[in-house]
Write a protein that binds this ligand. Structure first.
Ligand code: AMP
Ligand code: ZN
Length: 494
């Protein structure tokens, strides 16, 4: 029997504001859509936190033996700098800045995104569609909305008519708990918005001038699709008109997800999503991490120690451990102290896990291991409560240490449950690698060898022997040791 049949999972649904017992639309299968990155610049650590929360959720659902179709898109067109209101395309702006084609920008930062996720041990989604690959689907949805008089064309652009939507008895604002009258009262009519009937109306299609490289033909002339519509098009195509879970960071609740609800209800006459999940923000210095304010750190800067904020580099498992110590709906502030504490915790867990494999079994058990294992499931079943889970896992660590000190005993069966529960939750569900043994002598030897090779490479460079210096770098990269040249010499990560 599948595991999920014995595990009553509760998930907090933004739509109802409550934790609900989760039941998929079709028994045993789950459709989950998560808004992916806008690939016009490097992902920062805050973005990584949100995607990592959904990676953990995907991993737990898989562990429960659900068949999960996990769709996470790549936004490679149409995400405007002003929430869909101004014809200001992020990709075009960035391509001018970097003197690259917009599609070179897309490629460069998609590769960066995937590299980062690989470094942090993410599972790939089951489908990763791009916005530019779904222009036809978006045009079809716009035509449907125009036919239902929920959208109108204006100077080659098409807008969603929020007032017309509400006149049909629908409620724009239901997901984010906003009231349309207040929304209208609080918006100024900005320049360039005059082609809209109301300032709250949002773009489904934007007219593009001939100078705009990223443009497609449509019944309304050449243009490009609005950001909100791409997620409706791709989620409907791969998961159907109604699916189980839709996720993203809290900041996407309004307007992005609110618009998705309105578009889908307008097109299909019913709600698109059963459970809306929103993850909370990563902060640094108490402020939300964000590219636009400059309060951010790139994942690789943390891993290589190339920053002024942290006193040393931290490896990807420690970062993952740190993120998982907070509940996905709580704010998490990243700090040097918290990272040092997580590193200690991670090392303690790794040591205990490796120790457990060498414990000797007895005829009796001091601890109730089955109860303990249940408590791990209970934590995850309570809206994926990873901090409570980690506290339970440390109970397991305590058992191991006490048994190792010969102050308690464990039977062979219980020892197996103990090890397999730790493996399940730490490695499979939290995605933290414990098996890369923390053998300090061999890792310090390896460090010494790499440092010696870096010195030899420096000599080769001083002698202008570029072939040899490149060979050392490339061969090390082939072994997974990445060298990075900076102002203060060469850093490396293993
Ligand atoms: P974007 O590429 O800007 O659409 O962002 C990708 C994802 O990262 C979205 O789900 C955002 O909600 C999320 N995100 C952005 N900033 C943060 C942050 N500081 N902490 C956590 N998640 C974030
Ligand atoms: Zn989206």
């Amino acid at each position: 029997m599948e595991l999920y049949k014995n595990q009553p999972l509760k998930i907090y649904n933004t739509l109802s504001g409550e934790k609900e017992l989760f039941k998929p639309i079709h028994e045993g299968t789950i459709g989950m859509y998560v808004c992916g990155p806008t690939v016009y610049s490097n992902v920062h650590l805050g973005n990584v936190r949100t995607f990592m929360s959904f990676d953990m959720i995907f991993r737990y659902l898989n562990h429960l033996e659900y068949k999960v179709r996990y769709v996470r898109n790549i936004t490679d067109a149409g995400h405007l700098t002003d929430d869909g209101d101004v014809a200001n395309d992020r990709f075009v702006k960035q391509s001018r800045l970097e003197k690259l084609e917009p599609m070179e920008i897309v490629q460069k930062y998609t590769v960066d995104f995937h590299n980062v996720l690989n470094t942090f041990n993410f599972l790939p989604p089951t489908i990763e569609p791009t916005a530019t690959g779904h222009i036809m689907e978006q045009i079809e949805l716009i035509e449907k909305l125009i036919d239902s008089e929920l959208a109108y064309e204006s100077q080659g652009s098409v807008y969603f008519d929020v007032l017309a939507y509400n006149k049909k008895g629908l409620n724009y604002g239901e997901l984010s708990n906003r009231n349309i009258e207040e929304l209208f009262a609080n918006t100024r009519d900005l320049d360039g918005q005059s082609e809209k009937r109301n300032p709250q109306d949002f773009a489904l299609w934007k007219n593009a001038s001939p100078a705009h490289i990223m443009r497609w033909n449509s019944p309304w002339g050449a243009g490009f699709p609005g950001w909100h519509l791409e997620c409706t098009a791709m989620s409907t195509k791969y998961l159907g008109e109604t699916f189980d879970i839709h996720g993203g960071g809290m900041d996407l609740k309004f307007p992005h997800h609110e618009c998705e609800v309105a578009q889908a209800k307008g097109c299909f006459g019913h709600a698109p999503v059963k459970t809306w999940m929103h993850t909370n923000m990563l902060t640094m210095n108490g402020l939300r991490m964000s590219k636009s304010t400059g309060n951010y750190i790139l994942p690789m800067e943390l891993l290589f120690g190339e920053n002024t904020f942290f006193e040393k580099p931290f490896n990807a498992n420690v970062v993952r451990f740190n993120f998982m110590q907070a509940h996905y709906r709580s704010v998490l502030d990243i700090s040097n102290e918290a990272m040092l504490a997580s590193e200690k915790g991670y090392n303690k867990m790794t040591e205990a896990y490796n120790l457990a494999k060498n414990l000797t079994a007895s005829s009796t058990s001091t601890f109730d291991i089955s109860e303990w294992s249940k408590s791990c499931y209970n934590a995850m079943n309570d809206d994926f409560n990873t901090p409570v889970l980690i506290a339970q896992l440390f109970e397991g660590v305590r058992f191991i240490n006490v048994i190792n000190d010969k102050k308690a005993t464990i039977t062979e069966t219980d020892l197996e449950i103990l090890i397999s529960t730790l493996k399940t939750f730490v490695i499979d569900v939290l995605g933290i690698n414990l098996e890369a043994s923390k053998d300090t002598t061999s890792s310090s030897k390896l460090k010494g060898v790499v440092e010696m090779l870096i010195e030899m490479r420096n000599e080769a460079r001083a002698n202008k022997n570029w072939a040899l210096s490149d060979e050392i770098r490339d061969k090390l990269a082939g072994l997974g040791v990445i060298l990075k040249d900076g102002k203060d010499g060469t850093n490396f990560s293993i």
